[in-house]
Design a protein around this ligand. Structure first.
Ligand SMILES: NC(=O)c1ccc[n+]([C@@H]2O[C@H](COP(=O)([O-])OP(=O)(O)OC[C@H]3O[C@@H](n4cnc5c(N)ncnc54)[C@H](OP(=O)(O)O)[C@@H]3O)[C@@H](O)[C@H]2O)c1
Length: 248
């Protein structure tokens, strides 16, 4: 579907930026939300040059500050004349060691990635309902599939997002809301800069294209790259005592 009115939180970097580029180039009207207004304006102007469309006003929305959510969604509804799709790629990341050493940092990450993301999605869901349904596409992670030693806290925050989206799907699909939960494996972006890539590492453009295909089809869960669907099928079935023994 092109020509859709899309709100994207997280379009200044990485996978979100790649999604914004693809969507605007195919003719969707993309409104960017993010925490740094100057950065947003630069990104929106860049998208306008690439797509040949008029720049669409972006708006401040900081996942660390829930007081920005209602205004950002209201602004998007007004500028776009209604919202067909909302995409959330924005999230926080830190290593397990960093989070263990700094409890306040752990609390902030859990809030940004889970409770504040849910609160933002609740505003988005209401706006999509006002337009008659639509698509809510949110990035979780394969890290949310099992509790694992390198990503105990980040993984738990993503597990919460995954469960929330599954519940929304069951509760609101009959009302026209389609939820798309994207679960990337390791992707080369600023979030993973400096980390050692594991096997099957993906690129932002590739994951962005898969997420958009998932939105177009209304696929509830998208693993990206797709090999992770099969890797996770195995990992979900490894008994806990084996996980403990191999120090997974
Ligand atoms: N990269 C991976 O390997 C990987 C793997 C699994 C899942 N994921 C998930 O995929 C999604 C996209 O990741 P990515 O690799 O593209 O990340 P990224 O390159 O680090 O980009 C993150 C985006 O989130 C925005 N953001 C961060 N904190 C924010 C806040 N408090 N309020 C509003 N926006 C905020 C950033 O905006 P600024 O420009 O202001 O910083 C940026 O646009 C995330 O949900 C991530 O958890 C990524």
């Amino acid at each position: 579907m092109s020509g859709a009115r899309v709100v994207l939180l997280g379009g200044t970097k990485g996978i979100g930026r790649a999604m914004a580029r693809i969507l605007s180039q195919r003719g969707d009207r993309v409104l960017l939300l993010g925490r740094d207004v100057d950065d947003l304006e630069r990104s929106a102007a860049d998208l306008a040059v690439r797509s040949g469309a008029a720049a669409i006003l972006s708006a401040r929305c900081d996942l660390a500050d829930p007081s920005t959510f209602a205004g950002a969604i209201a602004h998007a509804e007004e500028v776009l004349g209604g919202i067909d799709r909302v995409v959330v790629t924005a999230a926080d990341f830190a290593t397990q060691e960093e989070l263990e050493a700094t409890p306040d940092r752990a609390l902030a990450l859990c809030a940004i990635n889970f409770s504040h993301t849910v609160a933002f999605c609740e505003h988005a869901r209401a706006a999509l309902a006002r337009a008659g349904g639509g698509v809510l596409c949110v990035f979780s992670s394969v890290a949310g599939e099992r509790g694992r030693t390198p990503v105990v806290i980040y993984g738990a925050s993503k597990a919460g997002v995954t469960a929330y989206l599954e519940g929304l799907d069951h509760r609101f699909r009959r009302d026209g809301l389609r939820t798309v939960c994207v679960k990337p494996g390791f992707v080369h972006t600023s979030m993973t800069a400096g980390l050692k890539p594991p096997p099957f590492a993906g690129e932002a453009e590739q994951v962005a294209a898969m997420a958009i295909k998932g939105m177009d089809r209304g696929t509830p869960v998208v693993f990206a790259p797709s090999i992770w669907r099969w890797v996770m099928l195995v990992i979900r079935n490894i008994p806990r005592f084996v996980m403990r023994r191999i120090g997974f």
